[in-house]
Write a protein that binds this ligand. Structure first.
Ligand SMILES: N[C@@H](CCC(=O)N[C@@H](CS)C(=O)NCC(=O)O)C(=O)O
Length: 206
């Protein structure tokens, strides 16, 4: 049975749980991080020297870094579904997974952290507003991509949809001005039909 370490309101844990749900894998999830703590001990440090969530244990195999975990689950349990066998198609999923972390997250993080995890009087509204402005053209890049593709990598749902689907849920639930994103909205409507997305991602943004 798989073991996943991490609290449910972490976007990175949500990626893993969504993949587990799509693949219908037997698992246990242990609350860790945030108010649950549990990351400081020696045993956790041996699992992940960064002392971050999520961590996946699959027998003797231990994986950290959320997108690496999603890729591992897809490659091991989702060949032909989450994991496209064609390397060229898989590279489309891969590049958008990397884009979520390297390009989209830098402005998304300060908006989320500022509006959700920072008490009102301590908020740096100038920084939040700047990030909210900076993220708009990035979502428009994704919108342009999704004008040609039903899902992130072609006509079928794949691992490529997971990081960005988690990020968009968060963005859609933040009190910021958003640009018109008609193709993203069509894709988002598809995601909302998926039971695992509803169960593991569509949670209160806290
Ligand atoms: N790049 C890492 C980031 C891991 C990370 O920063 N996780 C956060 C939660 S989203 C964490 O562990 N925070 C400390 C805590 O929850 O106590 C990944 O994608 O897994």
């Amino acid at each position: 049975m798989l073991r996943i370490w991490g609290r449910t309101n972490s976007i990175n844990v949500q990626k893993v749980m969504w993949a587990v749900g799509e693949l219908d894998l037997a698992h246990e999830r242990l609350d860790a991080g945030g108010a649950f703590g549990g990351l400081d001990g020696d045993a956790y440090g041996r699992l992940n020297p960064n002392r971050r969530i999520p961590v996946l244990e699959d027998g003797e195999t231990v994986v950290w870094e959320s997108n690496a975990i999603v890729r591992y689950l897809a490659a091991r349990y989702g060949v032909g579904t989450l994991w496209a066998e064609d390397p060229a198609l898989r590279s489309v999923a891969d590049r958008w997974m990397d884009w979520q972390v390297t390009t989209l997250l830098p402005p998304l993080h300060p908006i989320f952290w500022g509006l959700v995890r920072t008490p009102g009087p301590e908020r740096d509204m100038a920084a939040i507003d700047a990030a909210a402005k900076a993220i708009q053209p990035l979502w428009q890049i994704l919108d342009e991509h999704l004008s040609k593709s039903r899902f992130i990598a072609g006509d079928a749902f794949s691992m490529g949809d997971i990081p960005l689907g988690c990020a968009f849920w968060r963005y859609a639930n933040l009190d910021v001005e958003r640009p018109s994103l008609p193709n993203v909205q069509l894709w988002y409507a598809e995601l909302k039909k998926r039971e695992a997305y509803r169960r593991h991602v569509m949670l209160p943004v806290t």
